[in-house]
Design a protein around this ligand. Sequence first.
Ligand SMILES: Nc1ncnc2c1ncn2[C@@H]1O[C@H](COP(=O)(O)OP(=O)(O)O)[C@@H](O)[C@H]1O
Ligand SMILES: [Mg+2]
Length: 272
Amino acid sequence: MTDNPNMPTPTGERILSLRGISKNFGAVSALTGIDLDVHAGEVVALVGDNGAGKSTLVKILSGVHRPSSGTITFAGREVNLPDPGSALALGIATVFQDLALCENLDVVANIFLGKELNPLRLDEVAMEIKAWTLLNELSARIPSVREPVASLSGGQRQTVAIARSLLLDPRIILLDEPTAALGVAQTAEVLDLIERVRARGLGVVMISHNMEDVRAVADRIVVLRLGKNNGVFPPDASNQDLVSAITGADNNAVSRRANRRQAQATSQEAQP
Ligand SMILES: Nc1ncnc2c1ncn2[C@@H]1O[C@H](COP(=O)(O)OP(=O)(O)O)[C@@H](O)[C@H]1O
Ligand SMILES: [Mg+2]
C-alpha cells in the first residue's frame, strides 16, 4: 500500500474504522485484509475496476453481508452489523445504486417509505414538513414534494434517495455510483449535494468510476484492486497514478501519453 506523504490529515473525529476485513464467497476471495477509515466531515472516494470488491465492502458496511474476518469499529466501539437494520440503527445509511424508489409514489412517501410517522394514522402534514425541511437543508431543487418520483430527473431522484438516507440522522452515508446515470448538469447538482452532506459533519463514502467526479469532491481517494487495498491518494493525484493503482499496470494508455508529453517537454527544453 502506497502511503502518500502529501495526504492532508483529516481534522474530524474518526467515526468508522475497518481493519483486516476479508470476505469469501465459497472459494472466491472478494476482499482480503481491507483497512479503511472514515472521519466526520470528509468524503472518501472508493475506486477500483469491476470486481475490485467495492460493492462487497459497501454491503458489509450496510449489514447485507457479514465479513469472514476482520473488525469494524464505530465511534470507538467494535461492532457487528448482522443485518441492515443494525447498520441503520448505528448510524450508517446506504444509497444503493438502484436507489430503490417507488415510481408511483410522491417524494414525501418515498422519503418516509417504511418509516411513516405514526404508522396507524399517517401524519401527512408532519411528513410533508419534514420532507421539505430535509430538502431545504440540502438546498435541493425539487419542484414539488407531491410529484410522483416517476416525473423527476435522474439527479432529482438521487437527491430524494440521499434525503431519505438522512432521515434517521446517520453519521456515515455510503453512496454507490451516485452520478453513474447522470448528465453533466445533474452530476454537478449531486456533487454539490454531497458537499452539503459533508458540511453537516457526516462522513461520506462515495463509490465512483468517474475520476473527474472523485477529484471534484473527495478528500481522500482509496483504491481497491482485486479485493485488496492498493493505495490512498489525495484529490490532486495524477490520473496516471490513479489509473496505475486501479489497473495494477504502469504501462497503460494514460501513462504512455504522460511519458510522451514528458519526453516532448524534455526535448523542447533541450533545444536552444
Ligand atoms: N454474492 C456473491 N457470490 C459470489 N461471488 C461474489 C458475490 N458478490 C461478489 N462476488 C465476487 O466478489 C468479487 C468482487 O465483486 P464486487 O464487490 O461486486 O466488485 P465491484 O463492486 O468492485 O465491481 C468479484 O469477483 C465478484 O464476482
Ligand atoms: Mg459494484
